[in-house]
Design a protein around this ligand. Structure first.
Ligand SMILES: [Zn+2]
Ligand SMILES: [Zn+2]
Length: 284
């Protein structure tokens, strides 16, 4: 794996075939100095925007991309730093580009996303025969399938050459005993090589158990710089085995992360994810 700082005019949506993970941002939900923790994954001719927060379309604009340029999306849960940009993506696509982007989503999460979040800003853009618009007027859903023999509920989808596996996570509420009691949220595994936890509380049942199966090359892990609430804290992550810490890249961190950088490196973590950097994994 090598890390490259992006320097071109426009972020490319295709490459020669390696798996690449670009950090549009690595900041927490309330960051004021970074972009939110949204990534663009590219492999060959395929691209996938994973999460699109309320600051994401501005960030994409600064990377030379516009909402309709993105054909494939996946969102991990319904917090605004992960879905706040979807309304703009939907409306720009329908009313300016005249197309529907693909979204990797199962029927259950589609209902949650539409009914709890997206419907208010989009459904009554048009009324036909007394009926407002629905989710599938804006999106072309790509349906993942349950992956058998996984330690917990996991959904899988193959986007061209890019393999996706989405294990459920334990993000919120803060008193849920496990992923089973938590509201919908998921991590994403790319090509069985890289785990992107998205947002989760400390949950060794995800990180350790899946690493035993896949032996990840790198783990991008949610990291909160204090303990409590709905994210894994640096203190909690420090209790993971050294073997895991050494391949954990911390992400989704607060604006004061520099105050914790030494502590995290001394604790044996790989690094903090950096906004504007691309993590490239060559073909095996
Ligand atoms: Zn978040
Ligand atoms: Zn969240």
């Amino acid at each position: 794996m090598r890390i490259e700082q992006f320097a071109a005019q426009q972020l490319p949506l295709a490459n020669a075939g390696e798996l690449s993970v670009f950090f549009i941002g690595a900041g927490s939900a309330f960051t004021k100095v970074m972009n939110q923790n949204n990534i663009l994954v590219v492999k060959g001719e395929q691209h996938l925007l994973v999460d699109c927060g309320n600051k994401c379309t501005q960030a994409l604009h600064e990377l030379g991309l516009h909402a309709p340029d993105l054909h494939n999306l996946l969102v991990t849960h319904t917090h605004a730093d992960h879905i706040g940009g979807l309304e703009e993506i939907m409306l720009m696509n329908r009313y300016m580009a005249g197309k529907k982007p693909n979204i990797v989503i199962n029927e259950r999460f589609q209902t949650i996303l539409w009914e709890h979040s997206l419907r208010g800003g989009a459904a009554y853009s048009e009324v036909r025969d007394g009926q407002p618009l629905g989710f599938e007027d804006f999106w072309n859903p790509l349906r993942p399938h349950p992956v058998p023999d996984m330690p917990r509920e996991t959904w899988g989808y193959r986007l061209g050459d890019l393999d996706l596996k989405m294990p459920r996570t334990m993000h919120f509420p803060n008193n849920a005993a496990s992923w089973r009691d938590s509201f919908w949220s998921s991590a994403v595994i790319f090509d069985d090589r890289v785990l992107f936890t998205s947002d989760t509380r400390f949950d060794p049942g995800l990180t350790q158990t899946y690493d035993e199966i896949f032996d990840f090359e790198l783990i991008f892990h949610d990291c909160q710089l204090f303990t409590g609430g709905v994210h894994a804290s640096l203190e909690e992550l420090t209790t993971l085995p050294e073997r895991l810490r050494s391949k954990i890249v911390l992400m989704h961190y607060g604006d004061n992360w520099r105050n914790f950088e030494r502590q995290a490196l001394d604790a044996g973590f790989h690094s903090f994810a950096r906004q504007g950097c691309c993590y490239r994994f060559p073909a095996p």
